[in-house]
Write a protein that binds this ligand. Structure first.
Ligand code: SF4
Ligand code: SF4
Ligand code: SF4
Length: 299
């Protein structure tokens, strides 16, 4: 499957990050276990069931103690345009003006089976737990943003508004899980559009839905194999690329990063060249983030 220019940009950024990480290997906690166990947990989001009510967004903010993002509405309503430092979970809408078709999509951390953010983080602030959850430890984070650049799903966000900024992202409500509760977004969803469970059971449920109602869905569970697999799985009736879920093939992005690094080293390009690339990427990302927010549609 092809890889887009934006995706390649991510890979090169992560390759630079990976080189820096290699230099500090003793300090780095890698994703030693790919969390392929049947006991790993996750979520299944069925776009065809979602009503776009955004109850999950409000519940997410509340569960994580984050003030809603009211910037685009002059302080009145919670209307973020994308994931950001105040928004770990967002419902977007895809609309086709020619056919009138539309579909909702829920975005948050995918909790990748083999996460690029963990590979990119040289200090072990991002970790893949044995239950599949990808956690973040702010006490280990130096704010380098390698995880943000390496993530193939544009998930980690930097707290630009703070004087000592850190990264924010969904951690699958780890505090609630520790109390024996399910994630806030799955608990509150009135339509049952997003459900929580073991990944293996969610896959069975997803395939049952595909088999019992083939006309309702595209014949694919996104995340079953994509980018090496993700703990968050998706069903939809329109192309996943249209919903902002890219086609990465079945290879984990960290492996792609390794392949890029390998190719560069075979050409005898010194690591300093990679740091140069990375510096350029950081400068470009900072400039872009300072100038604009990424655009998305609103329901
Ligand atoms: S979606 Fe991004 S932040 Fe989440 S686990 Fe995957 S690489 Fe890490
Ligand atoms: S699992 Fe928790 S943190 Fe993640 S999107 Fe759902 S409510 Fe938000
Ligand atoms: S709460 Fe459920 S139905 Fe409402 S927007 Fe979120 S996923 Fe969709």
């Amino acid at each position: 499957m092809g890889i887009s220019r934006r995706s390649l940009f991510k890979v090169v950024a992560a390759a630079g990050a990976g080189s820096a990480a290699s230099a500090l290997a003793p300090l780095k906690a890698r994703a030693d276990q790919a969390a392929t166990s049947d006991e790993t947990i996750g979520m299944l989001y069925d776009s065809t069931k979602c009503t776009g009510c955004k109850a999950c967004m409000a519940a997410c903010n509340q569960a994580n103690g984050i003030s809603p993002d009211t910037e685009t509405s002059g302080g009145r309503a919670h209307m973020p345009v994308d994931l950001n430092e105040h928004t770990l979970n967002i419902i977007k809408v895809y609309q086709d003006s020619s056919t009138g078709d539309h579909a909702y999509i829920k975005r948050q951390c995918m909790h990748c089976v083999d996460p690029a953010c963990v590979t990119a983080c040289m200090l072990g602030a991002m970790k893949k737990r044995s239950d599949g959850v990808v956690t973040y430890d702010p006490s280990l984070c130096i704010g380098c943003r390698y995880c943000e650049m390496g993530c193939p799903f544009n998930v980690p966000k930097f707290e630009w508004s703070k004087t000592a900024p850190k990264i924010v992202k969904c951690q699958l409500c780890r505090d609630r899980l520790a109390l024996g509760k399910q994630p806030a977004c799955t608990e509150v969803c009135p339509a049952g559009a997003v459900i929580f469970g073991k990944r293996k059971d969610l896959l069975v449920e997803a395939h049952n839905r595909l088999d019992s109602n083939p006309g309702r869905y595209l014949p694919k569970v996104y995340g079953e194999h994509d980018a090496g697999g993700t703990q968050v799985l998706y069903l939809a009736c329109v192309g996943f690329d249209k919903l902002g879920l890219p086609s990465y093939g079945n290879q984990p992005v960290p492996h792609t990063v390794d392949a890029v690094q390998h190719a560069i080293y075979q050409g005898f390009v010194a690591p300093v060249a990679l740091y140069g690339v990375l510096a350029g990427v950081i400068w470009r990302n900072r400039k872009r983030a300072g100038e604009t927010g990424e655009q998305s549609e609103q329901p």
